[in-house]
Design a protein around this ligand. Structure first.
Ligand SMILES: [Zn+2]
Length: 274
């Protein structure tokens, strides 16, 4: 019994410091369209990134999260929905320059098919640069109980076919899904699990916990949708929370180790660019 208590005491700091949180942002397009609330101009986007960094948050990747390499509370994961071609307007100039590796949630039906979408080669290149590809439904539809009851084939295509398409393009297993419009039903979760997805994101506001299995519901992970109107509220929340999250040295040291482990992928990226 005594020995058990001692090991519990020794384990306590490890448990305490290894739990963390991630603030997940959801962007859409970077076209500089003044009247579209979900559109953030490239210049504005760069200001967002600089502001987030200036208050002490660090950008983490989905790969960091899968591998349990995220510690502390001042972490941001960037996600970009839909696969719009304007991702190109910020990818080299901001994301690659800063070493930020986002999640690209893709609706396969438009990829390489319409002018406003990215092409499969773009997706492969961004993946080589460290981006994670996730599904956003094959045709970007509401994947809820209504669709399940009204049109089972379409419901299945949104989930199963989108995964198959992404698995083939990426050469990897697609593990995450983002519900279009943040809409889903219990039956959606059942089929995501059956298809082999490990987690999915809605647009419920909150902090995602890490390690990822600490979240109450892996199929309703929170994200904050960034729009022209919502940004002041989001950055103010991050600023307020930054004051409440004094990071400890142990966490910072672990992050440093993670960053040096990432050097290899940076070298690979430079080769691709040449
Ligand atoms: Zn969408």
């Amino acid at each position: 019994m005594f020995r058990f208590l001692i090991s519990l005491l020794l384990l306590f700091p490890v448990l305490l410091f290894s739990q963390g949180e991630v603030f997940v942002l959801c962007y859409h397009t970077f076209l500089d369209k003044k009247k579209v609330d979900t559109d953030i101009s490239p210049a504005e986007f760069e200001r967002h990134i600089n502001e987030i960094e200036s208050i002490g948050y660090r950008f983490v990747s989905m790969e960091d999260i899968y591998l349990n390499r995220v510690y502390g509370k001042k972490n941001v994961l960037l996600t970009i929905d839909d696969g719009n071609h304007s991702v190109k307007n910020i990818y080299e100039s901001v994301l690659i320059k800063k070493g930020i590796k986002p999640v690209l949630f893709i609706s396969p039906a438009i990829i390489g098919k319409v002018k406003y979408a990215l092409k499969t080669d773009d997706l492969k290149y961004y993946q080589e640069c460290g981006a994670t590809l996730g599904s956003h439904g094959y045709y970007h539809m509401y994947v809820n109980e209504k669709l399940y009851n009204d049109d089972r084939a379409t419901f299945n295509r949104e989930i199963y076919h989108s995964k198959k398409w992404l698995d083939q393009v990426s050469g990897r297993e697609t593990r995450i899904y983002a519900y279009p419009f943040g809409v889903f039903s219990p039956v959606t979760k059942e089929h995501l699990i059956k298809a082999g997805f490990r987690a999915s994101f809605s647009l419920r506001r909150g902090y995602m916990k890490v390690p990822i299995y600490m979240n109450d519901d892996l199929f309703d992970l929170p994200r904050w949708m960034v729009t022209k109107r919502s940004w002041p509220e989001i950055i103010n929340k991050l600023k307020r929370d930054a004051g409440r999250f004094p990071e400890n040295n142990m966490a910072s040291q672990k992050i440093k180790n993670t960053l040096s482990a990432d050097k290899d992928s940076k070298n690979r990226k430079q080769k691709i660019q040449k």
